[in-house]
Design a protein around this ligand. Sequence first.
Ligand code: HEC
Length: 196
Amino acid sequence: MKKNFLIATIALFAIQCSKSDVKTEVSTDKIAVENLEKSEEISTDSLKIFAGETKKLLVKNITAQIAKGGVESSEEFCNIEAMPLTKSMSDKHGLFISRVSDKMRNPKNIANAEELKLIKNYKKQLLAGEILKPIRTETHYYEPLLTNAMCLQCHGEPGKNIQPKVVAEIAQLYPKDLATGYKDNEVRGLISIKTK
Ligand code: HEC
């Protein structure tokens, strides 16, 4: 099962991020083993695990890319973190997982009113030194996404943390980019999982 998932993920990576409606080679497999019964109420613990897996996968891809010597081509760049990844996780678990932000790079990742409220609140809590907790509502599960030093290579200060080559790639691929200027340990956005 793990192997199938890996193959499906790789297949998805071949698709460029500029294509918004990602073709889903992955769905033929439907990752049946871990799909949940529709009627089953999913536990918050399971959701925590899914969110954690998604984060780990993202970080793994970024780390691998950076270890390889950085961002070589635009195609590689947009595939590092792009929607196919969250899409593959969504298909794997039969849940809709997305990453959203108030200052997004990809306009498709724009936070809605509810998510904006949560982001604002998480920012306030972070400033106050409080622990940021996941939030479960009737229809969603949310977790904050915080920046660390690694994130700044693509979300920090252009020219300072972000290398000129990467600045140019961002400008080309994401002309409406808002997702720079971050510092370490700031609220970058949310993982949002639709449970119903
Ligand atoms: C190698 C470059 C790179 C690094 C490093 C990186 N990101 Fe990103 N990030 C991107 C790109 C490119 C996108 C746009 C993806 C897309 O098109 O969906 C993005 C999008 C996002 C989004 C979705 C919202 C949006 O702005 O579109 C979040 C949230 C995010 N990144 C958080 C992080 C966090 C947190 C880290 C560090 C753990 C990180 N990123 C590290 C390149 C990077």
